[in-house]
Unconditional design. Sequence first.
Length: 67
Amino acid sequence: MVRFAWGLSTDTPLNHHPEPPMNILPLQWQGRNFDPNNPRLYLRIERQVIWGLPKYEAVLFVIRTYF
């Protein structure tokens, strides 16, 4: 199955995982805010593919992100 997720973002890092990477403080990671003094808004598009692997009783899930 292929699906697309469309949304708006105030930054361009591809990683929007809820948990921050090891080298970034949680307050910095969670701080995506809209700055009215420097307004920037991006269209974020994810192409998501879910591929069933019944022989292994598993699925493969991949994402390709575009801005």
